[in-house]
Design a protein around this ligand. Structure first.
Ligand SMILES: Cc1cc2nc3c(=O)[nH]c(=O)nc-3n(C[C@H](O)[C@H](O)[C@H](O)COP(=O)(O)OP(=O)(O)OC[C@H]3O[C@@H](n4cnc5c(N)ncnc54)[C@H](O)[C@@H]3O)c2cc1C
Length: 492
């Protein structure tokens, strides 16, 4: 056993998205601060397992490429990972390459930060027609997800997007984007540039089920909508006719108030665009029309010969209480494609119970439960010792990247508390529960299974190549999308 093994906690984190990366960092910092007073070692070795060949989860493969803060966030995550106590194992999938039986004897605690990748399904009639797309798959395409589609059908001239949150905003914006503008500002790969260049969409209808005061857009997303070259925004005046109670209710929450104020600014902007003869934000002709329909709940995708030809939409009303009411008034919109952005679904993890009702790994404040049984009938579920969840795996698919930091603080606090109460197996030190304390044991196990992990140095090789390829075109970065190319770069 090397000296590294005595008095060093051993923690496995599964998932190198923002939740996994921030939790690793926060664990090390908090342990240094609190370890001594808790009777724990002050050092830990964290092994961070990621199924993709590269780290950063939805920061690389979810956040829209033209999002201004994305470079800053990715750089911050990378700096955090550049820590000798965090060992990155990319291209290692929990459930395929490793199981709980492998991890439990080798780690004092295991933290799942496995996030979310799939769409929550659209359940209205016609959802299976050709031309209905989940936002997650489209996002994978434009963000170059390693196993995502490499071509995307962008033949529809009129498209609908369903959803009242930031992902619906992102999808709508990318569907209205000018390809050259996008290429100049972002790291999009060539196939995405070519796809968007050929995009035939000229009319986009965004449907939001509830009212202006109940949408879930962030102000930042709305500001990006305001700056789309060649796009006229069109709104329905009536949607902005809010009653006093609704205005008062919206004013109680700072973020909601700011969003509503921004939407009113967009309404004024849309009025000017219309008055000036259908122009974009800079007063230039706008061949693309972007309609925002609040109080509009799609009830059926209309089809002909198996293909989308329209969307049947009910007009709704939502009062200050936030409850949506049906009106029985419908409008049909002729569209040839429908994108739904109605939520992501967190990944399930082999060996861990999934709470289908809350769409999370079954947990209580991040402590993994034996089953999702917190109901009056079934009573309190049992906590499974040494297993934790954080980020979207713990809270469900809501919240921005910043929320993963507050989650991490809570979970790390719980982990340290639990570890400080745990007896060590063989006198290795308090909290040192795992019997196999040889840090190289996991490497031998993976090697015996033919798994070739990509470490931080390997990721840096991919990153250096991406920067060099970008520089050739006067861009900061250009994404590699082929997983085999990533492996060759990282391991070569
Ligand atoms: C389309 C979209 C756009 C967004 N835009 C923004 C934005 O502009 N700004 C913002 O602040 N937030 C944005 N968000 C939210 C943000 O992405 C999330 O808050 C954040 O990514 C959640 O972090 P996470 O680490 O929990 O999950 P994820 O980012 O999903 O990371 C989970 C990681 O776990 C890995 N993993 C999963 N299963 C396994 C396994 N079995 N073995 C090993 N590894 C595994 C995954 O590959 C992934 O890398 C957006 C989200 C989406 C979906």
């Amino acid at each position: 056993m090397s000296e590294n093994n005595s008095n060093t906690l051993r923690i496995a984190v599964v998932g190198a998205g923002p939740a996994g990366v921030y939790s690793s960092d926060i664990f090390l910092r908090e342990l240094k601060k609190q370890g001594e007073s808790l009777g724990l070692p002050t050092k830990a070795r964290i092994d961070l397992f990621e199924k993709l060949p590269v780290p950063f989860g939805l920061v690389r493969y979810g956040v829209a490429p033209d999002h201004p803060a994305i470079k800053f966030i990715a750089d911050a995550l990378e700096k955090t990972l550049d820590n000798p106590d965090i060992h990155l194992y990319c291209d290692v999938e929990f459930g395929r390459d490793l199981t709980l039986d492998d991890l439990m004897p080798r780690y004092d605690a295991v933290l799942f930060a496995t996030g979310a990748v799939a769409d929550r399904p659209l359940t209205i009639a016609g959802a299976d027609l050709d031309g209905v797309y989940g936002a997650a798959r489209f996002v994978e395409w434009y963000d170059g997800y390693p196993t995502g589609a490499r071509t995307w059908p962008l033949d529809a001239q009129k498209v609908a997007v369903i959803g009242g949150g930031n992902v619906a905003m992102d999808v709508s914006r990318e569907l209205m984007r000018n390809a050259d503008d996008l290429k100049a500002r972002t790291d999009i790969p060539d196939n995405v540039y070519e796809g968007i260049k050929g995009n035939k969409a000229r009319e986009l209808h965004l449907f939001i089920r509830r009212g202006v005061a109940q949408a879930k857009f962030s102000v930042q997303e709305l500001r990006e909508l305001e700056k789309l070259p060649g796009v006229q925004i069109i709104l329905n005046e009536d949607d902005f006719d809010l009653d006093d109670a609704t205005v008062e209710q919206a004013g109680k929450d700072k973020l909601t108030r700011q969003m509503v104020e921004e939407l009113y600014a967009i309404r004024d902007m849309a009025e000017d665009m219309e008055d000036d003869g259908g122009v974009d934000f800079e007063g230039n002709p706008a061949p693309k029309k972007y309609y925002m329909h609040f109080n509009s709940a799609p009830t059926e995708v209309l089809g002909k010969d198996g293909k989308v030809v329209g969307l049947h939409v009910e007009h709704t009303e939502t009062g200050a209480d936030g409850v949506m009411r049906h009106t029985g008034e419908f409008t049909d919109y002729p569209v040839e494609a429908v994108y739904h952005a109605i939520g992501y679904k967190p990944a399930s993890v082999p060996g861990v119970a999934y709470d289908e009702q809350r769409d999370v790994l079954a947990n209580e404040e991040g402590r993994i439960l034996a089953e999702p049984a917190l109901t009056a009938e079934t009573g309190k579920s049992t906590v499974r010792p040494r297993l934790y969840a954080t980020g979207w795996a713990k809270r469900g698919p809501v919240g921005l990247i910043g929320s993963t930091k507050s989650d991490a603080l809570l979970i790390v606090g719980n982990m340290l508390d639990d570890l400080s109460k745990a007896e060590d197996a063989d006198g290795s030190g308090k909290g040192c529960i795992a019997a196999d304390r040889d840090p190289e044991s996991i490497d031998r196990l993976l090697a015996s299974r033919g798994v070739k992990p990509i470490d931080f140095a390997g990721w840096k090789k991919v990153d250096t190549y991406e920067r060099a390829e970008g520089a050739k075109e006067g861009r900061e970065h250009k994404k590699v999308i082929d997983p085999d190319q990533m492996r060759a770069l990282a391991l070569g």
